[in-house]
Design a protein around this ligand. Sequence first.
Ligand code: XIL
Length: 552
Amino acid sequence: MPVLSSSLVRVLTLVGTLLAFLLPATSADASSPLRTHASARGKFIGAALATSPLSNETSYRNIAATEFSQVTAENAMKWDATEPSQGQFNFSGADAIVNFATQNNQQVHGHTLVWHNQTPGWVQGLSATAMRSAMQNHISQVVGRYASNATVVSWDVVNEVFDDNGNLRTSFWYNTLGQSYIADAFRAARAADSNARLCINDYNVEGINAKSTAMYNLVSSLRQQGVPVDCVGFQGHLAIQYGFPNDLQQNLQRFADLGVQVRITELDVRMQMPRDASKDATQATYYRNVVNACLNVTACAGVTIWGFTDKYSWVPDTFQGQGAALIYDENYQPKSSYNAVHDALAGGTTTDTTPPTTPGTPVAGNVTSNSAGLTWTASTDSGGSGLAGYNVYREQGATDPLGQSTTNSITLTGLSPETQYQVYVRARDGAGNLSANSPLVTFTTTAGQGGGGCTAAGTVQTQWNNGYVVQPVTVTNTGTSSMSGWTVTFTLPAGHTLTGSWNASVSVSGQTVTARNAGHNGTLAPNTGTTFGFQASRPNGNTQTPSGYTCA
Ligand code: XIL
């Protein structure tokens, strides 16, 4: 049946062509740049760009061009750059960004028209009438310049109009013009470009809190009055030491339900310096979570990172002692956070089978009769799942690790006195891949203390704003003869109060806690141990925990 089979071929060819269009995987394979994966998911992935490295550094330009589908001028479109004196407009920096984006088929988000920072003194000193018309003129000139330029698609019309409590910020704008400046700015922007998407942008509004709720109420009320607010920008200046806003997606969704587009506009995730593998892994999780939150909210247009290389970031200049907030290091090498963004955009479908690099030779220090400290050169992980930590093994036999650590050091406890240990370290990544063994280190524990001797160490099992549980406190007989009872002491930080204990009989005097064995756990043979636990409360916001565990 030649006729039938040739039409069958045609149908199959058509199906094949349709599939090729429908399946993003054909164009976004695992090694594709971020923007390819983002486009396949219907989102943009962007970066804030600075004009000076853009014109001076090839690596900067290449990454900016190939990885991102959207750009924001980090400073070049702000008022002090575009209208430094009244009526004197300078678009050199702004045009450089827009031209770069046009060449690289990227969209530009204009940032920012009305803000209390980076606005020249001449604006701040104007009377109400003059300030309102200066604002309208500025918006009309800046937005108007790019109104027919297809590259520039959206604007931050007002930026940071709330203070940290969610009250309207008492900026010179508010103090001179009252709240009406916000609606007026949006109306002026709409008049200058009827197509651009007009956004209100702020920080500390990622989670559901007083400030984001104030923003929600303002956007809702402006839209009810017919003020053209099309979009809400969540800056996303996060820090690993402050925790992740776990209700980000829920918060984005409640704004989306108002009918506005939402976007992450200035994402970075800073850390206390120095950087280490475990902080990098946490940071990668934050980046992944932000991208996933946007992917999960249909009205989220995309994510803009506030820069891309740690070589150029506002963080070290602004937050003392903090840095390393971006997805490439200072040498333009992608960090775990790059992989996290990449894999989230790629749909998490790539499987990480690449183990971390081999840890360096461990160095032993502080060797006692039952414990030893080890430090080694950290591993790195390029497979995508990120470095998760290290396992420490004893060469002489055991399959179970002697200990585990999330950093490149550990204190091994529960060792036997006068015993030689040969140990090595393996790094593990988030997907469970283990590195090769590090070279061995050999050390010998010291003699136990004659007939007696014991040690105690406490681990915080869980903690919350104003309290914590320490469980277990391990008590170990490090001596060579049996013990019939033990006494552990430790120090509670000032203001902390013991609220309960178990498996020990506990008394408190000042800040010193004395814990004696209970009836059932006083007898300890040499090299054996027992545990007890306790709970304490502490002042709100205090992060201290007890220290100085000693055993007798
Ligand atoms: C920052 C820039 O990154 C710095 O280079 C500049 O010195 C100050 O402004 N919120 C914003 C951004 O909306 O415009 C700010 O950018 C960072 C905080």
